[in-house]
Design a protein around this ligand. Sequence first.
Ligand code: SAH
Length: 470
Amino acid sequence: MQEIRIMSDNNPANSQGTPGKRGYVYITGAGPGDPELLTMKADRVLREADVILYDDLVSQDLVEQYPAEKIYTGKRKDSHHFEQEEINQEIVRHALRGRTVVRLKGGDPFIFGRGGEEIDTLRRYGIGYEIIPGITAAHGASAYTEIPLTMRKVSSSVAFCTGHPVSKIQVPDTDTIVYYMVASSVHDVLDAVAARGRSGETKVAVVQNATRYNQKSFTGTLDEFRTREKAVYSPALLIIGDNISKFIENSWYSRKKKVLMTGGDSRRYAGTEYILLNFPCRRIAGADLDAVRSCIEGIDDFSMLFFQNSSSVKYFFRYLFEHGRDVRHLAHMSICTSGRAAATELLTYGIIPDCCLESEASAGLGLAGLLQKEGLSNQHILLPCSGNVDESVAAELEAAGNRVTPLGVYVHGTQRTEDTIDLEFIDEIYFSSPACVRNFSSLYGSIPERITVTPADDRTADEFRKLFSP
Ligand code: SAH
C-alpha cells in the first residue's frame, strides 16, 4: 500500500521557531563577493532562514535582502567581536530554539572557513545540519582575472595555502599555488617560495577584492615582487605559477563599465558592457509596526491603494505577507501608482494597476487633477510611503476629494559611511532624483571628472549642477 506522509506545518514566517522542535543548520558558502555567485541552494535556504549569522566577507547588502533576523559575527569595530567558540554556541542556541539557522561564510565554508569546527559542535549537540558549498576566493579570482588554475602543458597541479600565521607558511611542490590571508605577509610568503628554489622568473599575481566592483590585480615576477614595496589590501590572494597571463589587469571583468545606480530603472544599461552597483545613497530601515498591523488588519476600510515608488510597493507587500494575507485581500480596492517604477514592481506581485499617473508627462495637471480626470475621488486611500511622509502628495490626493491615510512602511536613513563606494573604481553614476544628488553630495564632497554623470531628468540635472559645479 502507498505510504501517505502528512507534512508538518513548516511556515517559514514563523520566525520565533517552534518550541520543542529541533532547529536545523545550514553551513553555507556565500561565494567570493559578486552576489550572483551565490548558489541557488544558498539563496533558497537564506529565504527560508529564521536567523542568518554572517561574517566579514559577506556583504551586508546581500543578507539584507532576506527577511530573517541577521547577526553579524565579524570583526567590525562598532560591533561585538565574536570568538569562534562563541559563534558555535550562538548557532547552537538558535537551533535549540527550533529555528532554521543559516551560517553564512565568505567563499566556501571548508576552505579556511572553520566550517569543520562548527559541525563538530553541531554533532555534539545532535543538531541536524547540511553543508552548502560556495565558490571559493581562488575560483572567483581565477575566473574574473583569467588565470586558469591548471593549464595544459603549463600547470598540472594546484594547491591552496595560507599565508597566516607566518609560522605555518607552506610551499608545496605544485605548479600553481594560491595563498589566502596574505595581506600582511606577502613578503614572508614570497621569501618562503624563493627559499624552496622556485625561479626568480616565476610569475606572481595579487588579486584584491576578487569578483567585487573594486577588484584590483597586479602581476610581476617573483623577483620583482620581492623587492617591491606595494601595500596589499585585504581580502587578497597571492597566486604563484606560470599559468598567470600578463593580461590579467585587462580581464573581461576589469573591462566592464561599473555604473553606480542611485535608484531608478536599470534597463537603460542592458547589455554585456556594464556592471550595475546598487547604491541608493540612503538606507531603508523599519517602519512603525503597530501602524502597519492596524492598517493591514483594517484593510477592508480602504477603497484605494496608492503607491508613489517601488520601495513602497515592496515593503507594503512584505508586511502584507508577514501578516498572513495576500493579494486576494486587496481585491476590493483600486490600485494606483504615480509612476512606472511602482507599476512595474506591482506586476511582480501579479497586479496590473488600475491607473498609473505619469506625473512627469502630465505635470501640468497635477496629481489632484489627474485623479479627478480618472474619476478617483471620494476614496479612502491607503498611502504606503516613506516614514518621512511626503505631505504634498497626501495633500494633493485630499484636494481631489479623498480621505488619505499615509502609512510609513520604510524609513530613509543616511547611508552608513562604511558602505560608501570607492569612486576610484566607478565609471558612471546614474542619479535617479534630486534627493539622491543631495544625499550623494553629503557623502562625497566631489566626483572625479573622469566619471560620467547621468541624471534621470532635468530637475536632477539642475540639482547636480547646483551642488557639484565648481
Ligand atoms: N572561506 C573563504 C576564505 C576565508 S579566509 C573562501 O573560500 O574564499 C579569508 C581569506 O580569503 C582572505 O584573507 C583572502 O585571502 C581570501 N578572500 C576571500 N574573499 C576574497 C576576495 N573576494 N578576493 C580576494 N581574496 C579573498
